[in-house]
Design a protein around this ligand. Structure first.
Ligand code: ADP
Length: 451
Protein backbone atom coordinates (compact mmCIF):
# COMPACT_ATOMS: atom_id res chain seq x y z
CA UNK A 1 0.00 0.00 0.00
CA UNK A 2 1.23 3.48 -0.80
CA UNK A 3 1.96 5.39 2.39
CA UNK A 4 0.57 8.90 2.76
CA UNK A 5 2.45 11.04 5.23
CA UNK A 6 0.59 12.15 8.34
CA UNK A 7 1.85 15.69 7.69
CA UNK A 8 0.08 15.57 4.29
CA UNK A 9 -3.02 14.35 6.05
CA UNK A 10 -2.91 17.30 8.43
CA UNK A 11 -2.29 19.66 5.51
CA UNK A 12 -5.34 18.19 3.77
CA UNK A 13 -7.37 18.71 6.93
CA UNK A 14 -6.29 22.34 7.13
CA UNK A 15 -7.15 22.85 3.47
CA UNK A 16 -10.57 21.30 4.09
CA UNK A 17 -11.15 23.62 7.06
CA UNK A 18 -10.12 26.64 4.97
CA UNK A 19 -12.42 25.51 2.15
CA UNK A 20 -15.25 25.12 4.65
CA UNK A 21 -14.66 28.64 5.99
CA UNK A 22 -14.51 30.00 2.43
CA UNK A 23 -17.76 28.20 1.63
CA UNK A 24 -19.45 29.67 4.70
CA UNK A 25 -18.12 33.15 3.77
CA UNK A 26 -19.30 32.83 0.15
CA UNK A 27 -22.71 31.70 1.26
CA UNK A 28 -22.95 34.66 3.65
CA UNK A 29 -21.96 37.02 0.86
CA UNK A 30 -24.42 35.37 -1.52
CA UNK A 31 -27.16 35.76 1.05
CA UNK A 32 -26.29 39.43 1.59
CA UNK A 33 -26.41 40.11 -2.16
CA UNK A 34 -29.60 38.07 -2.54
CA UNK A 35 -31.20 40.01 0.25
CA UNK A 36 -30.36 43.36 -1.38
CA UNK A 37 -31.53 42.13 -4.74
CA UNK A 38 -34.71 40.85 -3.19
CA UNK A 39 -35.31 44.30 -1.77
CA UNK A 40 -35.16 45.66 -5.31
CA UNK A 41 -37.41 42.84 -6.45
CA UNK A 42 -39.70 43.59 -3.58
CA UNK A 43 -40.19 47.16 -4.62
CA UNK A 44 -40.07 46.36 -8.30
CA UNK A 45 -37.71 49.29 -8.68
CA UNK A 46 -34.14 49.70 -9.93
CA UNK A 47 -33.22 53.00 -8.24
CA UNK A 48 -30.03 53.66 -10.24
CA UNK A 49 -31.82 53.14 -13.55
CA UNK A 50 -34.71 55.29 -12.37
CA UNK A 51 -32.41 58.22 -11.45
CA UNK A 52 -30.55 57.92 -14.73
CA UNK A 53 -33.77 57.91 -16.79
CA UNK A 54 -35.21 60.70 -14.68
CA UNK A 55 -32.20 63.01 -15.16
CA UNK A 56 -32.33 62.42 -18.89
CA UNK A 57 -36.04 62.18 -19.78
CA UNK A 58 -38.12 63.23 -16.78
CA UNK A 59 -40.48 61.37 -14.42
CA UNK A 60 -42.99 59.75 -16.75
CA UNK A 61 -40.29 58.22 -18.91
CA UNK A 62 -38.30 57.08 -15.85
CA UNK A 63 -41.38 55.28 -14.54
CA UNK A 64 -42.09 53.58 -17.87
CA UNK A 65 -38.89 51.48 -17.55
CA UNK A 66 -39.78 50.27 -14.00
CA UNK A 67 -42.13 47.47 -13.00
CA UNK A 68 -44.83 49.75 -11.54
CA UNK A 69 -48.09 48.15 -10.52
CA UNK A 70 -51.63 49.27 -10.15
CA UNK A 71 -51.88 51.54 -7.06
CA UNK A 72 -48.16 52.45 -6.97
CA UNK A 73 -47.23 56.11 -7.07
CA UNK A 74 -44.29 58.57 -6.91
CA UNK A 75 -43.97 61.98 -5.32
CA UNK A 76 -41.06 64.28 -6.11
CA UNK A 77 -40.32 66.66 -3.24
CA UNK A 78 -37.99 69.56 -2.82
CA UNK A 79 -35.50 69.25 0.06
CA UNK A 80 -37.99 71.29 2.17
CA UNK A 81 -40.74 68.69 1.49
CA UNK A 82 -42.88 70.51 -1.10
CA UNK A 83 -44.47 68.36 -3.82
CA UNK A 84 -43.28 69.31 -7.27
CA UNK A 85 -44.37 66.23 -9.20
CA UNK A 86 -46.95 63.53 -8.46
CA UNK A 87 -48.44 60.51 -10.19
CA UNK A 88 -51.45 60.22 -7.84
CA UNK A 89 -54.42 62.45 -7.16
CA UNK A 90 -54.05 61.74 -3.41
CA UNK A 91 -51.59 64.64 -3.23
CA UNK A 92 -51.48 67.89 -5.15
CA UNK A 93 -48.52 69.70 -6.57
CA UNK A 94 -47.50 72.53 -4.27
CA UNK A 95 -48.55 70.67 -1.10
CA UNK A 96 -45.90 70.84 1.55
CA UNK A 97 -45.46 68.14 4.21
CA UNK A 98 -44.37 69.26 7.58
CA UNK A 99 -41.55 67.18 9.06
CA UNK A 100 -43.64 65.10 11.43
CA UNK A 101 -46.33 64.44 8.85
CA UNK A 102 -43.75 63.08 6.39
CA UNK A 103 -42.11 60.94 9.07
CA UNK A 104 -45.44 59.49 10.14
CA UNK A 105 -46.22 58.69 6.52
CA UNK A 106 -42.89 57.00 5.76
CA UNK A 107 -42.31 55.21 9.09
CA UNK A 108 -45.90 54.53 10.01
CA UNK A 109 -48.06 51.45 9.52
CA UNK A 110 -47.28 51.13 5.82
CA UNK A 111 -43.54 51.26 6.49
CA UNK A 112 -42.78 48.38 4.09
CA UNK A 113 -44.54 50.02 1.18
CA UNK A 114 -42.34 53.14 1.00
CA UNK A 115 -38.96 53.65 -0.55
CA UNK A 116 -37.32 57.05 -0.19
CA UNK A 117 -34.21 58.35 -1.91
CA UNK A 118 -32.52 61.53 -3.11
CA UNK A 119 -31.21 62.25 -6.60
CA UNK A 120 -27.48 62.70 -7.11
CA UNK A 121 -27.20 66.35 -6.05
CA UNK A 122 -29.76 66.04 -3.27
CA UNK A 123 -31.98 68.64 -4.93
CA UNK A 124 -34.92 66.22 -5.11
CA UNK A 125 -36.37 63.68 -2.73
CA UNK A 126 -38.39 60.82 -4.26
CA UNK A 127 -41.09 59.10 -2.25
CA UNK A 128 -42.28 55.93 -3.93
CA UNK A 129 -45.22 53.91 -2.79
CA UNK A 130 -45.53 50.36 -4.01
CA UNK A 131 -47.98 47.67 -3.08
CA UNK A 132 -46.28 45.09 -0.82
CA UNK A 133 -45.60 41.80 -2.58
CA UNK A 134 -43.79 39.16 -0.43
CA UNK A 135 -41.74 37.03 -2.74
CA UNK A 136 -38.24 38.00 -1.54
CA UNK A 137 -37.67 36.12 1.68
CA UNK A 138 -39.07 32.72 0.90
CA UNK A 139 -36.19 31.35 -1.18
CA UNK A 140 -33.56 32.96 1.04
CA UNK A 141 -34.91 31.10 4.06
CA UNK A 142 -34.87 27.85 2.06
CA UNK A 143 -31.30 28.41 0.91
CA UNK A 144 -30.25 29.31 4.43
CA UNK A 145 -31.88 26.18 5.86
CA UNK A 146 -30.30 23.96 3.23
CA UNK A 147 -26.93 25.57 3.80
CA UNK A 148 -27.08 24.89 7.53
CA UNK A 149 -27.99 21.23 6.91
CA UNK A 150 -25.17 20.99 4.38
CA UNK A 151 -22.67 22.48 6.82
CA UNK A 152 -23.73 20.12 9.57
CA UNK A 153 -23.35 17.15 7.20
CA UNK A 154 -19.98 18.42 6.01
CA UNK A 155 -18.79 18.91 9.60
CA UNK A 156 -19.91 15.37 10.56
CA UNK A 157 -18.23 13.93 7.44
CA UNK A 158 -15.06 15.86 8.14
CA UNK A 159 -14.97 14.75 11.78
CA UNK A 160 -15.54 11.17 10.68
CA UNK A 161 -12.81 11.32 8.09
CA UNK A 162 -10.28 12.78 10.53
CA UNK A 163 -11.22 10.25 13.17
CA UNK A 164 -10.92 7.33 10.72
CA UNK A 165 -7.53 8.45 9.53
CA UNK A 166 -5.96 9.42 12.84
CA UNK A 167 -7.94 9.03 16.07
CA UNK A 168 -9.41 5.55 15.57
CA UNK A 169 -6.08 4.01 14.50
CA UNK A 170 -4.37 5.56 17.53
CA UNK A 171 -7.04 4.16 19.86
CA UNK A 172 -6.67 0.72 18.25
CA UNK A 173 -2.88 0.93 18.60
CA UNK A 174 -3.17 1.83 22.28
CA UNK A 175 -5.61 -1.02 22.83
CA UNK A 176 -3.41 -3.54 21.00
CA UNK A 177 -0.23 -2.47 22.78
CA UNK A 178 -2.03 -2.80 26.13
CA UNK A 179 -3.09 -6.35 25.25
CA UNK A 180 0.44 -7.26 24.14
CA UNK A 181 1.74 -5.68 27.36
CA UNK A 182 -0.54 -8.03 29.30
CA UNK A 183 1.06 -11.01 27.56
CA UNK A 184 -1.42 -11.75 24.76
CA UNK A 185 1.10 -12.05 21.93
CA UNK A 186 -1.45 -13.48 19.52
CA UNK A 187 -2.94 -9.98 19.31
CA UNK A 188 -3.04 -8.53 15.81
CA UNK A 189 -4.00 -4.87 15.51
CA UNK A 190 -6.30 -4.25 12.59
CA UNK A 191 -7.35 -1.03 10.89
CA UNK A 192 -7.11 0.51 7.46
CA UNK A 193 -5.01 3.63 7.25
CA UNK A 194 -2.72 4.79 4.54
CA UNK A 195 -0.36 6.86 6.71
CA UNK A 196 2.59 6.22 9.04
CA UNK A 197 0.23 4.73 11.63
CA UNK A 198 -0.06 1.79 9.26
CA UNK A 199 3.71 1.24 9.43
CA UNK A 200 3.53 1.41 13.21
CA UNK A 201 0.70 -1.14 13.16
CA UNK A 202 2.68 -3.55 10.96
CA UNK A 203 5.79 -3.19 13.14
CA UNK A 204 3.85 -3.82 16.36
CA UNK A 205 2.11 -6.85 14.82
CA UNK A 206 5.46 -8.24 13.66
CA UNK A 207 6.94 -7.64 17.11
CA UNK A 208 4.04 -9.49 18.77
CA UNK A 209 4.45 -12.39 16.32
CA UNK A 210 8.17 -12.54 17.06
CA UNK A 211 7.62 -12.54 20.81
CA UNK A 212 4.99 -15.27 20.37
CA UNK A 213 7.46 -17.34 18.34
CA UNK A 214 10.23 -16.82 20.88
CA UNK A 215 7.87 -17.80 23.70
CA UNK A 216 6.92 -20.99 21.86
CA UNK A 217 10.58 -21.73 21.20
CA UNK A 218 11.41 -21.23 24.86
CA UNK A 219 8.62 -23.56 25.87
CA UNK A 220 9.86 -26.13 23.38
CA UNK A 221 13.44 -25.86 24.72
CA UNK A 222 12.10 -26.20 28.24
CA UNK A 223 10.20 -29.34 27.17
CA UNK A 224 13.34 -30.74 25.54
CA UNK A 225 15.35 -30.04 28.69
CA UNK A 226 12.83 -31.89 30.85
CA UNK A 227 12.80 -34.81 28.43
CA UNK A 228 16.62 -34.87 28.43
CA UNK A 229 16.74 -35.09 32.23
CA UNK A 230 14.18 -37.91 32.12
CA UNK A 231 16.17 -39.77 29.43
CA UNK A 232 19.47 -39.31 31.27
CA UNK A 233 18.00 -40.59 34.54
CA UNK A 234 16.66 -43.59 32.67
CA UNK A 235 19.94 -44.29 30.89
CA UNK A 236 22.01 -43.98 34.06
CA UNK A 237 19.60 -46.03 36.13
CA UNK A 238 19.82 -49.14 33.92
CA UNK A 239 23.56 -49.82 34.40
CA UNK A 240 23.42 -48.78 38.05
CA UNK A 241 20.54 -51.17 38.79
CA UNK A 242 22.54 -53.98 37.22
CA UNK A 243 25.69 -53.04 39.10
CA UNK A 244 23.77 -52.97 42.38
CA UNK A 245 22.00 -56.26 41.61
CA UNK A 246 25.12 -58.21 40.73
CA UNK A 247 27.26 -56.77 43.53
CA UNK A 248 24.51 -57.55 46.01
CA UNK A 249 24.50 -61.13 44.83
CA UNK A 250 28.25 -61.32 45.32
CA UNK A 251 28.07 -59.92 48.82
CA UNK A 252 25.28 -62.31 49.79
CA UNK A 253 27.11 -65.41 48.53
CA UNK A 254 30.39 -64.16 49.96
CA UNK A 255 32.38 -66.30 47.50
CA UNK A 256 34.58 -64.57 44.98
CA UNK A 257 36.17 -67.66 43.45
CA UNK A 258 33.59 -69.59 41.42
CA UNK A 259 33.07 -69.05 37.70
CA UNK A 260 29.60 -67.50 38.09
CA UNK A 261 31.00 -64.97 40.53
CA UNK A 262 33.73 -64.09 38.08
CA UNK A 263 31.03 -63.60 35.45
CA UNK A 264 29.13 -61.29 37.80
CA UNK A 265 32.21 -59.16 38.34
CA UNK A 266 32.71 -58.94 34.57
CA UNK A 267 29.12 -57.79 34.12
CA UNK A 268 29.52 -55.22 36.88
CA UNK A 269 32.63 -53.95 35.17
CA UNK A 270 30.86 -53.81 31.80
CA UNK A 271 27.90 -51.80 33.16
CA UNK A 272 30.22 -49.60 35.20
CA UNK A 273 32.17 -48.81 32.04
CA UNK A 274 28.96 -48.02 30.14
CA UNK A 275 27.75 -45.68 32.92
CA UNK A 276 31.13 -44.02 33.08
CA UNK A 277 31.18 -43.57 29.30
CA UNK A 278 27.69 -42.06 29.31
CA UNK A 279 28.56 -39.65 32.08
CA UNK A 280 31.83 -38.51 30.54
CA UNK A 281 30.13 -37.97 27.15
CA UNK A 282 27.39 -35.96 28.88
CA UNK A 283 30.04 -33.95 30.63
CA UNK A 284 31.79 -33.18 27.32
CA UNK A 285 28.53 -32.22 25.67
CA UNK A 286 27.47 -29.89 28.44
CA UNK A 287 30.90 -28.29 28.51
CA UNK A 288 30.53 -27.52 24.84
CA UNK A 289 26.97 -26.29 25.33
CA UNK A 290 27.55 -23.99 28.26
CA UNK A 291 30.62 -22.46 26.66
CA UNK A 292 32.89 -23.36 29.53
CA UNK A 293 36.01 -23.50 27.40
CA UNK A 294 37.06 -20.50 25.43
CA UNK A 295 37.07 -22.78 22.37
CA UNK A 296 40.38 -21.73 20.98
CA UNK A 297 40.94 -22.08 17.25
CA UNK A 298 44.09 -22.07 15.19
CA UNK A 299 44.60 -21.53 11.47
CA UNK A 300 45.51 -25.00 10.23
CA UNK A 301 46.03 -26.62 6.85
CA UNK A 302 43.19 -29.09 7.14
CA UNK A 303 44.20 -31.02 4.00
CA UNK A 304 47.35 -32.05 5.85
CA UNK A 305 45.54 -32.35 9.17
CA UNK A 306 42.96 -34.73 7.67
CA UNK A 307 45.57 -36.84 5.90
CA UNK A 308 47.41 -37.40 9.20
CA UNK A 309 44.15 -38.16 10.99
CA UNK A 310 43.05 -40.73 8.41
CA UNK A 311 46.42 -42.54 8.41
CA UNK A 312 45.63 -43.54 12.01
CA UNK A 313 42.56 -45.40 10.76
CA UNK A 314 44.06 -47.26 7.78
CA UNK A 315 45.29 -50.18 9.88
CA UNK A 316 41.93 -50.68 11.51
CA UNK A 317 40.06 -50.43 8.17
CA UNK A 318 42.30 -53.05 6.62
CA UNK A 319 42.00 -55.38 9.56
CA UNK A 320 38.22 -55.12 9.41
CA UNK A 321 38.13 -55.46 5.64
CA UNK A 322 36.63 -52.05 5.15
CA UNK A 323 37.02 -50.50 1.69
CA UNK A 324 38.08 -46.85 1.89
CA UNK A 325 38.45 -43.95 -0.50
CA UNK A 326 39.97 -40.62 0.58
CA UNK A 327 39.85 -37.58 -1.69
CA UNK A 328 42.01 -34.93 -0.08
CA UNK A 329 43.40 -32.08 -2.20
CA UNK A 330 47.16 -31.73 -2.44
CA UNK A 331 47.13 -28.00 -1.89
CA UNK A 332 46.91 -26.45 1.57
CA UNK A 333 43.47 -25.37 2.78
CA UNK A 334 43.66 -23.00 5.71
CA UNK A 335 40.79 -23.13 8.19
CA UNK A 336 40.62 -22.03 11.84
CA UNK A 337 40.00 -25.19 13.84
CA UNK A 338 40.02 -26.45 17.40
CA UNK A 339 42.27 -29.45 17.00
CA UNK A 340 40.97 -31.59 19.87
CA UNK A 341 37.28 -31.07 19.14
CA UNK A 342 37.71 -31.62 15.39
CA UNK A 343 39.47 -34.92 16.18
CA UNK A 344 36.47 -35.81 18.29
CA UNK A 345 34.13 -34.97 15.41
CA UNK A 346 35.97 -37.10 12.85
CA UNK A 347 36.37 -39.96 15.37
CA UNK A 348 32.67 -39.96 16.22
CA UNK A 349 31.61 -40.11 12.55
CA UNK A 350 34.14 -42.80 11.55
CA UNK A 351 33.56 -44.92 14.66
CA UNK A 352 29.78 -44.73 14.10
CA UNK A 353 30.27 -45.88 10.49
CA UNK A 354 32.16 -48.94 11.74
CA UNK A 355 30.01 -49.54 14.83
CA UNK A 356 26.63 -49.60 13.14
CA UNK A 357 27.59 -51.32 9.86
CA UNK A 358 29.44 -54.61 9.74
CA UNK A 359 29.55 -56.39 6.39
CA UNK A 360 30.84 -55.08 3.03
CA UNK A 361 31.47 -51.66 4.48
CA UNK A 362 32.92 -48.83 2.39
CA UNK A 363 33.95 -45.51 3.85
CA UNK A 364 34.46 -42.36 1.80
CA UNK A 365 36.09 -39.13 2.98
CA UNK A 366 36.43 -36.04 0.79
CA UNK A 367 37.61 -32.48 1.35
CA UNK A 368 36.85 -30.03 -1.42
CA UNK A 369 36.80 -26.37 -2.24
CA UNK A 370 33.53 -24.86 -3.42
CA UNK A 371 32.61 -21.33 -4.39
CA UNK A 372 32.33 -19.70 -0.97
CA UNK A 373 33.04 -22.61 1.35
CA UNK A 374 35.01 -25.80 1.92
CA UNK A 375 33.18 -29.07 2.23
CA UNK A 376 34.11 -32.10 4.31
CA UNK A 377 32.20 -35.27 3.43
CA UNK A 378 32.27 -38.44 5.53
CA UNK A 379 30.09 -41.22 4.12
CA UNK A 380 29.45 -44.94 4.46
CA UNK A 381 27.38 -47.47 2.55
CA UNK A 382 25.79 -49.01 5.65
CA UNK A 383 22.22 -49.34 6.89
CA UNK A 384 21.71 -45.59 7.15
CA UNK A 385 19.36 -43.63 9.41
CA UNK A 386 15.61 -43.44 8.63
CA UNK A 387 14.69 -40.23 6.84
CA UNK A 388 12.20 -39.15 9.53
CA UNK A 389 15.05 -39.06 12.09
CA UNK A 390 17.44 -36.92 10.00
CA UNK A 391 16.50 -33.67 11.77
CA UNK A 392 16.32 -35.14 15.28
CA UNK A 393 19.36 -37.41 15.11
CA UNK A 394 21.67 -34.57 16.24
CA UNK A 395 19.63 -34.08 19.45
CA UNK A 396 21.10 -35.62 22.64
CA UNK A 397 20.17 -39.23 23.46
CA UNK A 398 18.36 -39.81 20.16
CA UNK A 399 19.05 -43.28 18.83
CA UNK A 400 17.63 -45.42 16.10
CA UNK A 401 15.84 -47.84 18.39
CA UNK A 402 17.02 -51.35 17.53
CA UNK A 403 18.02 -54.05 19.93
CA UNK A 404 21.36 -54.14 18.13
CA UNK A 405 21.93 -50.51 19.06
CA UNK A 406 21.44 -51.21 22.75
CA UNK A 407 23.83 -54.11 22.66
CA UNK A 408 26.43 -51.88 20.95
CA UNK A 409 26.26 -49.69 24.05
CA UNK A 410 25.67 -46.40 22.29
CA UNK A 411 24.81 -43.37 24.41
CA UNK A 412 23.06 -41.41 21.67
CA UNK A 413 25.38 -38.50 22.40
CA UNK A 414 28.00 -38.94 19.65
CA UNK A 415 26.17 -36.97 16.95
CA UNK A 416 25.11 -34.25 19.44
CA UNK A 417 28.78 -33.71 20.24
CA UNK A 418 29.51 -33.60 16.47
CA UNK A 419 26.77 -30.97 16.04
CA UNK A 420 28.09 -28.87 18.93
CA UNK A 421 31.62 -28.93 17.51
CA UNK A 422 30.26 -27.88 14.11
CA UNK A 423 28.19 -25.06 15.70
CA UNK A 424 31.11 -23.86 17.76
CA UNK A 425 33.19 -23.48 14.60
CA UNK A 426 30.34 -21.59 12.91
CA UNK A 427 29.89 -24.35 10.35
CA UNK A 428 26.82 -26.38 9.33
CA UNK A 429 26.23 -30.11 9.07
CA UNK A 430 23.70 -32.06 7.09
CA UNK A 431 22.87 -35.73 6.91
CA UNK A 432 22.13 -36.86 3.36
CA UNK A 433 20.92 -40.23 2.15
CA UNK A 434 19.59 -42.04 -0.89
CA UNK A 435 20.47 -40.45 -4.21
CA UNK A 436 21.70 -37.29 -2.41
CA UNK A 437 24.35 -39.35 -0.63
CA UNK A 438 27.65 -40.68 -1.91
CA UNK A 439 26.67 -44.38 -2.02
CA UNK A 440 22.88 -44.20 -2.69
CA UNK A 441 22.58 -45.88 0.72
CA UNK A 442 24.04 -45.49 4.19
CA UNK A 443 24.86 -42.12 5.73
CA UNK A 444 26.54 -39.13 4.09
CA UNK A 445 27.50 -36.34 6.52
CA UNK A 446 28.30 -33.07 4.78
CA UNK A 447 30.02 -30.32 6.75
CA UNK A 448 30.14 -26.82 5.24
CA UNK A 449 32.90 -24.48 6.36
CA UNK A 450 32.48 -20.92 5.10
CA UNK A 451 35.73 -19.38 3.90
P1 ADP B 1 26.04 -43.07 19.85
O1 ADP B 1 26.95 -42.12 20.56
O2 ADP B 1 25.23 -43.90 20.72
O3 ADP B 1 26.71 -43.80 18.75
P2 ADP B 1 25.08 -41.16 18.00
O4 ADP B 1 24.47 -39.86 18.43
O5 ADP B 1 26.45 -41.09 17.46
O6 ADP B 1 24.93 -42.15 19.16
O7 ADP B 1 24.15 -41.78 16.89
C1 ADP B 1 22.76 -41.82 17.09
C2 ADP B 1 22.18 -43.02 16.39
O8 ADP B 1 22.33 -42.84 14.98
C3 ADP B 1 22.87 -44.30 16.70
O9 ADP B 1 22.16 -44.91 17.74
C4 ADP B 1 22.75 -45.10 15.43
O10 ADP B 1 21.57 -45.86 15.44
C5 ADP B 1 22.59 -44.06 14.36
N1 ADP B 1 23.82 -43.89 13.54
C6 ADP B 1 24.78 -42.97 13.72
N2 ADP B 1 25.74 -43.06 12.76
C7 ADP B 1 25.34 -44.09 11.96
C8 ADP B 1 25.89 -44.68 10.76
N3 ADP B 1 27.02 -44.24 10.22
N4 ADP B 1 25.19 -45.68 10.19
C9 ADP B 1 24.03 -46.12 10.71
N5 ADP B 1 23.46 -45.58 11.82
C10 ADP B 1 24.11 -44.59 12.44
Amino acid sequence: MKIKKLSNQFLLNYILIILLILAIGSLGYYMYVSYNRSLDDFYGIDIDLFLEDYARDGLSHALSTQAFQEGDYVLTLTPDREIIETTTDQYEIGYRFDEIELQELLYGEDYYSYIVFYNEDYSKLFVMYTVYVDYGYAHITTIFGLAIVLFILLAIGFANYTSNQILRPILKLVNGVQKIGHGDYTTQIEFDASNELNILKTEINLMAEKIQLETEKRQETEEKRKQLIRDISHDVRTPLTNILGYSNQLIQKNDFTSDSQKQSIEIIHQYGTAANHLISELFDLSRLEINEDSFERKETDISEWLRLKLIDYINEFEQKNIAYDFQIPDQAILVAINDLYLQRLVDNLLINAMKYNETDLSIYVELKEEEDHYKLIIADNGIGIPKELHQKIFDPLVRVETSRNRSLGGTGLGLSIVKQVVDKHGWTIELLSGHEGVFFRGCTFEICMPR
